[in-house]
Design a protein around this ligand. Structure first.
Ligand code: NAX
Length: 328
């Protein structure tokens, strides 16, 4: 039997948490032979703590063979002690009266605190996936506040945007999602995100030869970028199961490899493709041996450069706001 891996999940009593935890414990994320010590973090209030206890009761009732232990806490240092993988899902939602800068500030406090706590108590090579929005910038904040940890390992989730794009293409071209390759989503998990079909293939044939440019720019890109709002409108709640599924996909590929396939991860930029170093940016990556590499050497067209630049602008503006908060 393998040694258990310590997995910390924040926002455990929320709706994504409710879809995510059961799949982690059934082995979908780390494999069907990998035991898990699960550590949950929730807010320090009666309702959140009670909801966490309820989730733990249900996890118990599943009798998952891979769940070695589970605990919950409202103390970040307790939750992250020795953690090898952290899924940071909990975040402050935007209320009606909130400006975007208020949302950034409220979340910055959460990710400053959690970054510092991880820095003190987590495994130095902890792999971090930030789901809570604005996820790219929150991942940037946590990394900045955790100088003793491996900075490459602070990533944010853009896999849902990739999965959404794959499904749209599969419907359009009447193919399987597994027929599609080389289709990343660059940039920010926000309105400017750039699903990039330039190199995409379906069973080896270029996708751009099978669709027209107008459908691509006027239908596909806005559909993917506004999918979250469409789901809220239809369901009355934001995406949860599909977000949990994307988090599982992200970590599974990172840990176990993507078998040469391109996948989308928002990772700290190394300056590739003119993206300023340090921004947490969605890139095409290939995962191998528990690590990822940004796909290098792509020739960018003016169209791609322009779309990537919009995301750089959005994330640079957010970075400027939160840099002031981190410095306080
Ligand atoms: P919920 O409001 O259902 O759950 C969030 C949970 O986090 C709550 O239980 C809350 O008590 C907890 N929480 C808040 N602050 C916390 C803190 N400081 N420490 C620990 N727990 C804390 O939201 P849910 O639908 O689960 O969404 C969670 C986050 O994911 C949101 O920020 C949401 O915007 C984001 N999403 C990100 C996506 C992505 O692709 N990156 C897609 C889905 C989702 O919109």
């Amino acid at each position: 039997m393998k040694k258990p891996i310590k997995v910390a999940v924040t926002g455990a009593a929320g709706q994504i948490g409710y879809s995510l935890l059961f799949r982690i414990c059934s082995g979908d994320m780390l494999g069907k032979d990998q035991p898990i010590d699960l550590m949950l973090l929730e807010r320090n209030n009666e309702a959140s703590m009670a909801a966490s206890r309820g989730v733990i009761m249900e996890l118990d009732d599943c009798a998952f063979p891979l769940l070695n232990s589970v605990s919950s806490s409202c103390c970040a240092k307790e939750c992250f002690a020795g953690a090898q993988i952290a899924l940071l899902v909990g975040a402050r939602p935007r209320s009606a009266d909130m400006q975007r800068s208020d949302l950034l500030a409220a979340n910055a406090q959460i990710f400053v605190e959690q970054g510092r706590a991880m820095n003190e108590v987590a495994d130095p090579n902890i792999k971090v996936l930030v789901v809570g929005n604005p996820c790219n910038t929150n991942a940037y904040i946590a990394r900045r506040c955790a100088p003793n940890l491996n900075p490459r390992n602070f990533t944010a989730m853009m896999r849902l945007d990739q999965n959404r794009t794959f499904s749209q293409i599969a419907h359009k071209l009447d193919c399987k999602v597994t027929d599609i390759e080389k289709l990343p989503v660059w940039g920010n998990h926000g309105g400017t995100m750039f699903p990039d079909l330039t190199n995409a293939t379906v069973r080896g044939e270029a996708v751009m030869n099978l669709i027209d440019q107008t459908w691509y720019t006027e239908d596909l890109i806005p559909t993917v970028a506004s999918r979250g709002s469409a789901i809220i409108k239809a369901r009355g709640h934001s995406s949860a199961a599909s977000a949990a599924n994307a988090a599982i996909d992200h970590v599974r590929d990172w840990v176990n490899g993507s078998n040469g396939r391109w996948v989308t991860m928002a990772v700290p930029s190394d300056g590739s493709y003119g993206v300023p170093e340090g921004l947490t940016f969605g890139f095409p990556v290939v995962c191998k041996d528990g690590d990822y590499e940004i796909v290098k050497g792509l020739e960018l067209s003016d169209f791609q450069k322009e779309r990537i630049a919009k995301n750089v602008k959005a994330l640079t503006e957010e970075r400027e706001i939160v840099d002031q908060i981190i410095a306080q």
